[in-house]
Design a protein around this ligand. Structure first.
Ligand SMILES: [Zn+2]
Length: 209
């Protein structure tokens, strides 16, 4: 039975929390150390137990390969389509150059996808809060310089809605409150107090629907 082993390979330096399964308890997945191309975690086949009730149980074998595939799927797969975090199951006793190259390509493709998504988000919102940690890590791992890697401007809190906004803005982009009346009037976003029209002269078009 000890011959049933599988080789789980990680090309990532990410440290994962231990994995838990009823049939093997807790398992720490090895991450590659800086300067090392990969790390290997050897997985052994296990015997699981099904509780049939009435104090009856049934044992069943789980192969090392099944366990390794399950772990790889879990470690790679919580970050959307094409999600890959650098873990795979080697066909043999140690990963081949081809397997490692394939894993590096998949990881790079996924990281590039994350960076592209962050670029798009940045173009849309210019808000570093919408950039995920995963996207920042991907950009750093690809050695890319991106404006959204940093949070250069501090934000203040809108006194009306408490949303984080840039200091010095005329109008809160979240709730529309006018925070600087003079500045808002200058850019045509609000009438200056002196030019305010009487209430009954307001156009009625908005009332129709
Ligand atoms: Zn606001």
């Amino acid at each position: 039975m000890s011959s049933d082993t599988a080789v789980l390979v990680s090309i990532s330096q990410e440290i994962w929390p231990p994995r838990h399964r009823t049939y093997f308890g807790s398992l720490q997945i090895q991450s590659s150390a800086p300067g090392e191309p990969y790390a290997v975690t050897r997985i052994r086949g296990c015997t699981g137990v099904i509780d049939l009730g009435d104090k009856r149980t049934m044992e069943f074998a789980i192969s090392a390969r099944e366990i390794a595939d399950d772990l790889a799927r879990e470690l790679n797969g919580d970050s959307g389509e094409g999600s890959f975090h650098g873990v795979f199951v080697a066909a043999g006793d140690s990963p081949t150059d081809a397997e490692l190259a394939d894993a590096r390509r998949r990881l790079r493709e996924f990281q590039e996808k994350l960076v592209a998504a962050a670029d798009l988000e940045w173009e849309r919102s210019h808000n570093p809060m919408f950039i995920t940690d995963l996207e920042r890590r991907a950009a750093r791992q690809l050695s890319l310089e991106k404006p959204w890697l940093y949070d250069p401007k501090p934000t203040i809190e809108c006194p009306v809605c408490a949303e984080r906004i840039k200091p010095g803005v005329a109008v809160c982009r979240a709730c529309g409150a006018i925070l600087d009346r003079e500045k808002a009037a200058r850019f045509g976003l609000a009438r200056s107090p002196r030019k305010e029209r009487p209430r009954n002269a307001e156009p009625q078009a908005e009332a129709e629907k």
